[in-house]
Write a protein that binds this ligand. Sequence first.
Ligand code: MF3
Ligand code: CO
Length: 258
Amino acid sequence: MMTIKNGADIQKMKAAGRVVEETLALMEKLVRPGVSTLELDRAAEDFIRSKGAYPSFLLYNGYPKSICASVNEQVVHGIPGHYRLKEGDIVGIDVGAKLDGFHGDAARTFCVGKVLPEVEALVRVTRECFFAGLQYARPGYRISDISRAVQAHAEAHGYGVVRELIGHGIGRDMHEPPDVPNFVGGGFGRGVRLIPGMTIAVEPMINLGGREVLQLQDGWTVVTKDGKPSAHYENTIAITEGDPIILTWSGGADYGPC
Ligand code: MF3
Ligand code: CO
């Protein structure tokens, strides 16, 4: 069921979102050549718990870790492990935290040292796709208006827009209706009308090459079919009467793209 949040709910989601934001800021500090994705996961889990929150992804449908860390051709849901980041990599870090009954969910793609200019551009444009969609995150528009703006910005750069994974409503559950695709069509229709109190996660997943993806045998990791890099950028937002509130970003210096 699609839930509409009241002011008190939004305040709680803002607190959960703040934990996610601070965790991502910590991740940005720790991302460097030589760090393992498992070390990032441990630091994130410790930080989230230190705030009295719970890492939303841990044990979600059996997911074994607290964050997702998706390197290069990994699109999303990379499981932290012994891989050590190296100069030239990009890594998508996805963080969820539950506090006081509500979830926050956000992702950034970080560059590890110097990366190829075309890869840096992918990371930058993926972030821009989120903000392109955000312009339509207000009453009077529908979900598909957000989707269209994300898709148009990515495709204008010749990138592939992932279709198999999509954004989502969020609140007391990490995944609630409505679906928030990053493209128009595919049976999603125009989507619901946006109304104040809706809270959604908008999360473009954009490929440097083709849009096709594969699921690895681990049951989680999603990779590009052509092996080219992919980037991810996500925030949890609240629809209001006016401008949307970004619950996982306070509007300060954004740590990204590179
Ligand atoms: N941000 C992702 C999502 O919205 C993270 C889910 S990872 C999982 O679906 F392990 F929790 F599934
Ligand atoms: Co999400």
